[in-house]
Design a protein around this ligand. Sequence first.
Ligand code: CA
Length: 398
Amino acid sequence: MTWVTGADGSAYGVRNLPYGVFRWGGDDPRIGVRIGDFVLDLAGAEAAGLVLAAGALGRTTLNAFLALGRPQWTAVRQRVTELLTDEAHRSAVEPLLVPLAEAELLLPFEVADYVDFYSSEQHAGNVGQIFRPGQPPLLPNWKHLPIGYHGRAGTVVVSGTPIVRPTGQRATPQGPVCGPSVRLDIEAEVGFVVGVPSALGDRVAAADFADHVFGVVLVNDWSARDIQAWEYQPLGPFLGKSFATSVSAWVTPLDALADAFVPAPAQDPPVAEYLRDVPHLGLDLRLAVEWNGEKVSEPPFATMYWTPAQQLAHLTVNGASLRTGDLYASGTVSGPERGQVGSFLELTWGGAEPVKVGGETRTFLEDGDTVTLTATAPGPDGTTVALGEVTGTIRPAR
Ligand code: CA
């Protein structure tokens, strides 16, 4: 139970406590924790001696805090929980609560490197059928390693940032043309935020996942399918993806998701030794995709074939180092049903089966369209933990 008005029973109760960075009343950006419809100013709390975090909370991004490591993450979380539940702290802490509606939410961490995986068997299979009809839906390597690529960290933006329709080359029957994308899409994903770095040359074991990864964000990997289809062979995604990737303003700590870990789908054929994670756990995150305010899909993250621990082990098996602020995303989350897919490419089957959204017909995104991704997870004692939403509205090409 928390003394914060309205927070008990909300999905942002005291069992959640996600971290973000906010600006309020013309002040510099500050680190905060969300509780109900308020943000607790952690910079103020640390300055007042209410929380000890080696000065890491008095910064304008989460990176210094992320670098502290799991014992400190857990200690700060326990202390914040104490401050928000014990009436004895109320008089000191209440002045540090900022109404969420008055706070401007900023990108919570400086993104170091950004990697995007492709770990949903259903998504990979659907894309295979759409792009390579008549051939096996999965390529021969897919069940042996988590497929991924390095994305563009500098264009990762916070939820709410408008998305300018990208311009680029696409193939037409008359040859390639350059212009605004006409097949602009979303990818509903879950991103993992690295706190503790690793040394160049070292390999990070799947078992060390929780020592390195601080928490989770929701990700929309905006994708221009026409640009992507023309450019991707032989080196993979490039400009069809790099124009913008949106993340939620709130980073949900793994500590808030302790009750959401569930057995991941069995893997056949057996995976290489370095990819064996015991126990083999995924996360029961239930995503929802809203298109212009209408829910069009509910992707289940628990169906992902490759787990975040396996992705981390694969990302570093060659000795590539981790940096504080690295973000790796899961890949589009798609379940087995049409109402569970994480892209409009799949929802409209390559644009061949338009859908009705808010009384209008859609295949891909039109200018002015808004997409919002949300997610919940089971918390302790029957509670629900919400992940921060990620939303964006399409602006016309420049
Ligand atoms: Ca993606």
